[in-house]
Design a protein around this ligand. Structure first.
Ligand code: SAM
Length: 329
């Protein structure tokens, strides 16, 4: 048994794909179990699982790690999500399924797999299960319904995921269109919503007219910091305008850690974060302004109303400043 390069937890012998079972002795969908030197491997069958089909078809962008947190949309009875649960052995898989009958089977599959959490919910309404799901690293989607690209990004934004994988079924989007056009339109939609398409793999011969698309979304945050009724902005010479301090969220950083770091780097000020909200492409933090503890990379200014030379959208800034003021009193 060989470990597949750059794919944590995925193994190959000459012909088949395997994961190491988290629940030894138990088959989820009739798969073969193989015991080698006391370790039980479960065969992962590409005809039954689109994620296995992606690997069998040569897909190599594989964001899952041992400690990944995964949101799985459209888990059905748990065939693929059980293999994901094997792979993310120190992580967690939140499994969303809306059909009660499949959900009952999913609950059975999750027995003996303490990193698999079944949730009866509708993937188009992430706000309804957000009470049970924390931020995740990866959203994986296989819902076979319309608007597959948007459902992925809505969930990635809601749960701050860096990576997304979506199996696009052409017929679910449009039964009459050429599948190639559907795939290209889905990839374009993902790009328009701020994702970088890392890989797109045709799943035939295992699945007809399906592709798997893997995306990465750069996450960013900016902050509104207020003191004595005034908010701080920095002047960005590259953009020739005033903006709220902010930037990219680095891997392993929480939104709040990135917000404080970026604020300090750009303005030299410390902040105390009071609240956070998502505005789709970005997170925004509301803060009280602390002490100046260093030299900022940019010139700072204090304002009661927005200056005319702004680097970004005025309406968005008006909305988030109102929100921050309402929180900070
Ligand atoms: N991913 C599964 C696997 O590989 O083991 C198979 C998934 S099956 C193709 C699609 C599943 O998505 C069905 O069980 C269906 O009930 C579920 N589904 C479809 N739309 C959904 C939605 N909006 N929310 C949650 N589940 C949905």
């Amino acid at each position: 048994m060989e470990h597949l390069e750059a794919m944590d937890g995925v193994f190959l012998d000459r012909r088949n794909i395997y994961t190491v079972s988290r629940n030894p002795g138990v088959r989820v969908y009739g798969e073969r179990l193989v015991n080698i030197h006391g370790t039980e491997y479960r065969e992962w069958i590409p005809n039954r699982s689109k994620l296995a089909a992606y690997i069998a078809c040569g897909g190599r962008t594989f964001p899952f790690r041992k400690d990944s947190k995964v949101l799985y949309l459209g888990a059905a009875s748990g065939t693929t999500s059980s293999h994901v649960s094997d792979i993310v052995s120190d992580g967690i898989v939140y499994c969303i399924e809306f059909a009660p009958r499949s959900f009952r089977d999913l609950v059975n599959t999750a027995k003996g797999r303490d990193n698999m959490m079944p949730i009866l919910g509708d993937a188009t309404k992430p706000e309804e299960y957000s009470f049970a799901v924390s931020d995740v690293d990866i959203v994986y989607e296989d819902v076979a319904q319309k608007r597959q690209a948007d459902i992925l990004v809505d969930n990635m934004e809601r749960f701050n995921a860096r990576y997304g994988m979506v199996s696009i079924k052409a017929r679910s989007e449009d039964v009459t269109a050429d599948p190639k056009d559907v795939f290209e339109a889905s990839a374009e939609r993902l790009r328009r919503r701020g994702c970088k398409v890392l890989e797109m793999v045709d799943l035939s011969p295992y699945e007809k007219d399906h592709v798997m698309i893997v995306v990465e979304k750069q996450r960013c945050v900016y902050s509104i910091a207020i003191r004595d009724g005034e908010f701080l902005m920095v002047y960005n010479p590259k953009r020739n305008g005033w903006e709220m301090p902010g930037g990219r969220i680095e891997r392993g950083e929480t939104v709040e850690e990135a917000a404080s770091r970026e604020f300090l780097e750009e303005s030299g000020y410390d902040v105390d974060i009071i609240g956070r909200m998502s505005i789709g492409y970005c997170d925004v933090c509301a803060c009280t302004l602390g002490e100046k503890i260093g030299d900022g990379e940019m010139k700072s200014g204090f304002f009661r109303t927005l200056p005319s030379d702004l680097a970004f959208d005025t309406d968005e800034y008006i909305m988030v400043i109102d929100w921050a003021r309402s929180l900070l009193g």
